[in-house]
Design a protein around this ligand. Structure first.
Ligand code: BEZ
Ligand code: FE
Length: 315
């Protein structure tokens, strides 16, 4: 026996992890060690064939080739594997004390136009009119005046403005608002529709090969920020939308689903500047203070975040 620890099927993970033992950055060392353990366990678990390994390399190569400044196929891959949502959820724990976050998505690629409270963000006037309103508060319910409320959504056909240049006006269904003295915001819009994530690349092929659909349920995106508070990147989901139970990127959290009821009231419609009847969507948001320690991971047995009917811990 030479005492050398050479590569073997049984000891592969330990041998490779040991090669990183001299990593100066302790966090990088921890991450590489864990990555090697899990990766080797996976390869052993499925007894990966050489052909499958080749297909995986080809898939990742095509994923890279599909990516550019406007299309990030690796993020999309992370999205459909639930990794984006897991990283998001771990890094923005609320412990039920503030508005939950969800994925940013790839369509916040332009700055939202600054608009006055009450403005109509449906610049082309197409769709089912909807009055969107809410209040932004801090952890004790204190109204946050002057908070920024950045919103973007699809039209009634399920497309963002950037996906339909020349068809939708620039800045359609986007707006940057500031809350009033009571922390309130409101604007006129239309009811968004469900839509497919970009599925014309390797990620779309993966979804098709595994019998998964590419759709996301109807939602409005929000980024809400106020000085001294933690910003939140989130959505509000339309309660009667298809795909709430099977979002392609796992972004739905029960606390973010709201009804969008119809209001048939000519006086209220006139007051809101909308045709009668119209729909209403109320979404109040609560922010944690920036100096508040983020809640720790829920201990076993504690109430977990509910991802649309499924306990997150069980996913
Ligand atoms: C979105 O909601 O805009 C989105 C999120 C993840 C992937 C694709 C789209
Ligand atoms: Fe979206």
């Amino acid at each position: 026996m030479s005492g050398r620890e050479l590569f073997s099927e049984e000891r592969s993970a330990e041998v490779v992890a040991a090669s990183f033992a001299g990593t100066p950055d302790p966090r990088l060392k921890q991450v590489m060690n864990s990555l090697v353990q899990h990766l080797h366990a996976f390869v052993k678990d499925v007894e990966l064939t050489e052909e499958e390994w080749g297909s995986a390399i080809d898939f990742l190569t095509r994923t890279g080739h599909m990516s550019n400044e406007v299309r990030q196929e690796f993020i999309l891959l992370s999205d459909v594997l639930g990794v984006s949502m897991l990283v998001e959820t771990i890094n923005h724990r609320t412990g039920g004390t503030s508005t939950e976050s969800t994925v940013l998505g790839p369509f916040h690629m332009v700055e939202s136009p600054v608009r006055e409270l009450g403005a109509d963000i449906a610049l082309d006037g197409k769709g089912t009119p909807c009055l969107v309103s809410g209040q932004v508060t801090g952890p004790h319910g204190e109204p946050l005046a002057g908070a920024s409320v950045d919103v973007w959504q699809t039209n009634e056909d399920g497309f963002y403005d950037v996906q339909q240049p020349g068809i939708q006006p620039e800045g359609n269904l986007r707006g940057m608002f500031r809350t009033d003295e009571q922390g309130s915001f409101w604007f006129r819009s239309v009811v968004p529709r469900y839509y497919p994530i970009p599925d014309d690349g390797p990620v779309g092929q993966l979804l098709a090969a595994t019998g998964r659909h590419p759709n996301r349920p109807a939602h409005l995106h929000f980024i809400v920020a106020a000085p001294g508070y933690r910003p939140v990147t989130t959505h509000v989901f339309v309660a009667d939308s298809p795909y709430l139970d099977s979002d392609a990127v796992f972004g739905v959290k029960e606390s973010l689903v709201r009804p969008v009821p119809e209001v048939d009231d000519p006086a209220r419609a006139a007051e809101a500047g909308l045709p009668n009847p119209f729909r209403t969507l109320t979404f109040d948001l609560s922010l944690l203070r920036a100096d508040q320690a983020p809640p720790a991971a829920s201990p076993a047995g504690a109430q977990p975040t509910v991802v649309r009917g499924v306990a997150a811990e069980a996913v």
